[in-house]
Design a protein around this ligand. Structure first.
Ligand code: PXL
Length: 270
């Protein structure tokens, strides 16, 4: 009996406070019942007030980590999160171009919920050129979708247009996460464009809370877990959106300011 348990991987940055990045991914993998592994690209020093320092891992070390996973495990789906710069993007692209880890969910992490930049602007094009063609799904938030599509996203029509524009750059499926900057909103609307051309909006009530660190990381890693368990792309997205919504709604009190979401949440808790 070897390597039969469902295995997934995140290639992402470490967040010292455990709310986002690889830590949020691993907690999500655990919560969704799969065995999670992590290749670190960078590490940030942060807490609930914000991010205060960061370092990138050397490319040679990123390669060593990936080699060790390849040499021993059966990864059936994986994601990328914080990639920092063009060199790291190229290193990761080189390592995954032969699809060693199954379905690829690319969370194009550019900015944190509270405005810290996690990808150099010179690297946006590298991300598009090197990783978009390999991605089965990309999950940009509203800000990232604007940056990557070059559109303003002033209304639903422009969001739909942006999704098509992004899909023309190579990813098979697109999920543009809705804006939640304005506290007067009563819902958050995400738009999904699937490989077969079908599309739909997912709406969840807006939750007024400061505990939303790691929301995007959690959503994308939950999608990875659900795909690894055999769900279709559409079901994986819908299940993960519901899981993330409940993790936000049932907040836990950790830290003084912008806290984490709740990865202890069970599917039956509404
Ligand atoms: O949530 C985006 C994110 C991704 N990766 C790392 C982070 C954050 C946000 O804080 O620290 C490492």
């Amino acid at each position: 009996m070897m390597n039969e348990f469902i295995q997934v991987l995140t290639i992402a940055g470490s967040d010292s406070d455990g709310s986002a990045g690889a830590q949020a991914d691993l907690k999500t993998f655990m919560a969704r019942g799969v065995y999670g592994m992590s290749v670190l690209t960078a590490a940030v020093a942060g807490n609930s007030y914000g991010i205060h320092d960061s370092i990138n891992m050397p490319s040679s070390f990123i390669k060593s980590q990936i080699k060790d996973i390849k040499d021993d495990f059966n990864v059936s789906a994986f994601k990328t999160g914080m990639l920092s710069d063009s060199e790291i993007i190229r290193t990761v692209a080189e390592e995954i171009k032969d699809k060693p880890f199954g379905t690829f969910v690319l969370d194009p992490v550019i900015i944190t919920k509270h405005g810290a930049m996690l990808l150099e602007s010179e690297a946006y094009q590298t991300l598009i050129d090197e990783l978009f063609p390999l991605a089965d799904l990309i999950t940009p938030n509203f800000y990232e979708a604007k940056k990557l599509s070059g559109l303003e996203l002033n209304n639903h029509e422009e969001i739909v247009e942006a999704a098509h524009k992004l899909r023309d750059l190579g990813p098979k499926n697109i999920m543009i996460k809705g804006e939640h900057a304005d506290e007067s909103m009563d819902s958050v609307e995400d738009f999904v464009l699937l490989e077969d051309g079908q599309s739909f909006w997912i709406s969840e009530p807006y939750v007024k809370t400061e505990h939303v660190n790691g929301t995007g990381d959690t959503l994308s890693s939950s999608i990875v877990a659900e795909i690894a368990k055999g769900e279709s792309m559409e079901n994986a997205i819908r299940i993960s959106k519901t899981f993330t919504y409940h993790a936000i709604k049932n907040e836990i009190a950790v830290g003084h300011k912008y806290g984490p979401i709740n990865h202890f949440i069970k599917d039956d808790v509404k």
